[in-house]
Design a protein around this ligand. Sequence first.
Ligand SMILES: Cc1cc2nc3c(=O)[nH]c(=O)nc-3n(C[C@H](O)[C@H](O)[C@H](O)COP(=O)(O)O)c2cc1C
Length: 193
Amino acid sequence: MSEVDPLARVADWLAQARKHEPEDAEAMSLATVGADGRPSVRMVLVRGLDARGLVFYTNLTSRKARELVANPHVALCFHWKSTGRQIRVEGPASAVDDAEADAYFASRPRDSQIGAWASKQSSQLKGRFKLEQRVARYAAAFAIGPVPRPEFWSGFRVVPERIEFWEKGRFRLHQRELFERDDAGWRSARLYP
Ligand SMILES: Cc1cc2nc3c(=O)[nH]c(=O)nc-3n(C[C@H](O)[C@H](O)[C@H](O)COP(=O)(O)O)c2cc1C
């Protein structure tokens, strides 16, 4: 059994990346699998990280959300050029509860909240003007008071079953450590680069 808590190490590597990355140290790629068995990948931002897993937020009608509701098995990958590190995470994703999503939505800048209402993420947009019209419409609708979280916008928590840490080494002799979770806890193993 491993003495190291890999999720605590993810938090530690992220904290170090924040000191060095010029922008978006929280960015990670998220891979999902469609009903046809084909993968798709895009960037999202990690907005929650603790012993339970990693949380990101998105539009529930988006391609990624539709895919992971049908097949919860996802993969995440962070890469920070500035620290020469990569972290890969694999596991099932499930929806966060309403209170958690509400709290995060309330913390976002007002314009981002309006943007969440305006975007029909991943569906066809017939011209930029249409999006601007929708932004204006929701800005007017929520002109007074707090902007409520749209029902179609929430978060997912990825509960890791595998976490691999990669650190750049000289002459491509990189360091890799893979953690896998079973009923007893985390086991770790070194991998050839
Ligand atoms: C650095 C970066 C961070 C992003 N963060 C998010 C995010 O947290 N949530 C999100 O829905 N989209 C985010 N996006 C946009 C997604 O990459 C993607 O374009 C969008 O979610 C639609 O993906 P889908 O059609 O596969 O669902 C981000 C893009 C970049 C480049």
